[in-house]
Design a protein around this ligand. Structure first.
Ligand code: KG4
Ligand code: ZN
Length: 338
């Protein structure tokens, strides 16, 4: 079989990213330019600022990805791009660049679902990972438990009914004065905190793998208010550790329940929250205890990047899935509709 080189382009949030991947599994380059610093003052991503930065970064980032890989554009076989879900302004920038390249070179274009990208990050490092498997995709916008039945074929078994896990981290972080993004800040503070300091509620639904994180968030806010009203000091590290214990605990519990019920032996982590150190340890321990295989991307491949999009585009292309130039940006799009 001939080697296939894919160029992956990602611009759905605040990272402008491009990468070159060989045969869906070998990373040749991975260039990420982020506008994160500009959003910090506002406590979250400002779409208009992100879009303008994507415009500035997109061409140099693609150029660098090709250069670092030592692959001239003529040698690229497939162009993959995130078409959604995400911020439409940002998505359009990556999409227009990808469509322009596909049109100018006559190479096939593959529209990639952002979460399909996150899941595919695992193909880059776990040489033999093949569907079917159960995956937890936890990011700033989604918390899904997904049964990956085949490459490009997804069944959502559980999802959040309110806030995404990453969103809960970001909101609690803001309340504690730890800034944006909240995930890395809480992860760090929790390391010197007591996870048993306070038991924040874990929401469970009967006969469902769904999540709810708004209750935990409200419990943290109420606890903070009562400490402040009583004039007591706020034990930031302890609150972070206890909040994290509740969030990671329920993510782990429901994911392994879904794996057990579907008879899957492999569990896979994906998305920005998968960079969390407590979540990674808890999943490792649980998989070991249950005699299951756990795969997780290295931290840099958990958050948004182009390599995951290049990998997903390869597997989609091998299944005969390509897009035409009418491919549009979608703010929301279900993984099950791929
Ligand atoms: O996947 P991602 O980069 O972008 C989206 O698709 O949303 O995920 C970003 C989210 C943010 O909410 C961020 O706070 C969270 O992932 N995150 C973390 C960690 N690193 C990033 N959450 C918990 N622990 C971390 N170490
Ligand atoms: Zn993401």
């Amino acid at each position: 079989m001939n080697d296939i080189l894919t160029l992956g382009i990602e611009s759905s949030c605040d990272e402008t990213a491009a990468a070159v991947v060989l045969n869906g599994r070998k990373l040749l380059s991975n260039v990420i330019s982020s506008s994160l610093e500009l959003h910090k003052a506002y406590g979250g991503v400002v779409p208009e600022i992100a879009s303008r930065k994507h415009l500035e970064f997109i061409v140099p980032v693609i150029d660098s990805a090709l250069k670092e890989a030592g692959v001239p554009l003529e040698k690229v076989d497939v162009i993959g791009v995130t078409f959604g879900p995400g911020l439409v302004g940002g998505l359009l920038v990556g999409l227009m660049a990808a469509k322009g390249l596909a049109y100018a070179t006559g190479k096939p274009l593959v529209g990639v679902h952002h979460l399909e990208g996150h899941i595919s990050a695992n193909y880059l490092e776990s040489g033999n990972l093949k569907p079917p498997f159960i995956t937890l995709v936890a990011s700033g916008g989604h918390s899904h438990i997904v049964l990956v039945e085949d490459y490009g074929k997804y069944r959502i078994l559980g999802r959040t009914r309110d806030d995404a896990a990453g969103e809960a981290y970001d909101k609690v972080s803001r309340a504690l004065g730890l800034g944006y993004p909240g995930g890395p800040a809480i992860d760090k503070a929790a390391k010197s905190g007591n996870p048993k300091y306070f038991t924040f509620p874990k929401t469970r639904f009967k006969d469902s793998y769904d999540f709810s994180f708004s209750g935990i968030k409200t419990a943290v806010l109420n606890h903070l208010n009562s400490l402040k009203m009583a004039g007591q000091p706020v034990p930031v590290e302890d609150i972070c550790a206890s909040f994290q214990e509740a969030v990671c605990g329920i993510l782990c519990e429901n994911t392994f329940k879904a794996a057990r019920d579907t008879g899957m032996k492999t569990v896979v982590l994906a998305g920005g929250v998968a960079a969390n150190s407590r979540l990674r340890d808890l999943f490792d321990e649980t998989a070991k205890k249950k005699g299951m295989v756990l795969e997780k991307p290295s931290r840099i491949l958990c958050t948004d990047n182009g390599a995951m999009i290049a990998s997903a585009a390869y597997f989609a292309y091998m299944k005969g899935r390509t897009s035409d130039l009418s491919l549009n940006a979608e703010a929301t799009y279900s993984l099950e509709d791929m």
